[in-house]
Design a protein. Sequence first.
Length: 194
Amino acid sequence: MTIPKVLVFAGSVRSGSFNRQLAEAAAKVLALKGADVTMLSLADYPMPILDQNLEKEKGAPDNAIRLARMFAAHDAAFIASPEYNASIPPLLKNTLDWISRVRQVDGEAVKPFEGLTVALGAASNGRLGGIRALYHLRAVMMALRTQVVSEQCSIHFAGEAFGEDGMPADETAAGILDNTCRSLLDHCTPGRGR
């Protein structure tokens, strides 16, 4: 049996990010379910704002190419996104946009998103738990031709939501995270990127 490879990251690089906490909790759940989990931080892959003039002059940034290869090598991804003004943050959108511009690496076709199965999560200190951002993120990921699972995880009042073990302290929230991770693994195709 092929072990599913899952990429997990947050769309935030803020110190103390609630979404980083959610991503880490998802990584634990996925690993316990038998996935080969790779955690990444977008702080390690800085890129300029997408500019087609810059792209024409210099091509895609090296970090976009690295991330495109990484996405292509995984079967699934769990993305934890903050909510900025009822939508997704510019860091996450810019990252996804740059990756989508990478179509070839060293003369070989690269398909970082096609066939990738994705689960979405959000954590916010507000009452809605970032749910409005997930609507927009789902639309973006579908436009990129990923398979987005129906289940998603939203953590509200996130400043008090995680226990000392880094997991959601509330049983309902923990159950929703577990269901989202299970659905991600149930729907992904192990070996997609190999």
